[in-house]
Structure formats: structure tokens, C-alpha cells
Design a protein around this ligand. Structure first.
Ligand code: ZN
Length: 65
């Protein structure tokens, strides 16, 4: 599923949303203040460490915060 993270440039709220098409992306708005001045961030999947490195570090509870 295409999940993207966004940050609102008006209220600095960060949120995640499904984006199925470029049309959805154009209509994206902040769920808090309703502003369309939102900026796409890197995918949450890409920003997390690979599973193998988490398993290799021990119990795996220290990798996410
Ligand atoms: Zn906002």
C-alpha cells in the first residue's frame, strides 16, 4: 500500500496518508487545520532500519523511538 508521510507547512502537523493516485496527492490537506500547504516526506518504510539489522542488535526494542 502506498503510504506517505506529510508535514503541514502551516501548523507543522505530521501525518500519514494513503495515496492512490496523483489526483489524491494534489488534493492532500492537513487533517488538523485543513491547509493544502503540505509537503511530502520520505516514506516511513524507507526511513526505518532493515529488519535484519534490528534482529541483529538483540531484542530489537531499542531501534525505534
Ligand atoms: Zn496543518
Amino acid at each position: 500500500m502506498p503510504i506517505y508521510e506529510y508535514r503541514c507547512e502551516r501548523c507543522q502537523n505530521e501525518f500519514e496518508s494513503f495515496v492512490w493516485s496523483s489526483r489524491d496527492e494534489e488534493a492532500m490537506e492537513c487533517p488538523r487545520c485543513g491547509s493544502k500547504d503540505v509537503k511530502k516526506l520520505m516514506s516511513s518504510f524507507a526511513s526505518k532500519a532493515p529488519l535484519s539489522s534490528v534482529l541483529g542488535s538483540g531484542c530489537g526494542t531499542g531501534g525505534f523511538s
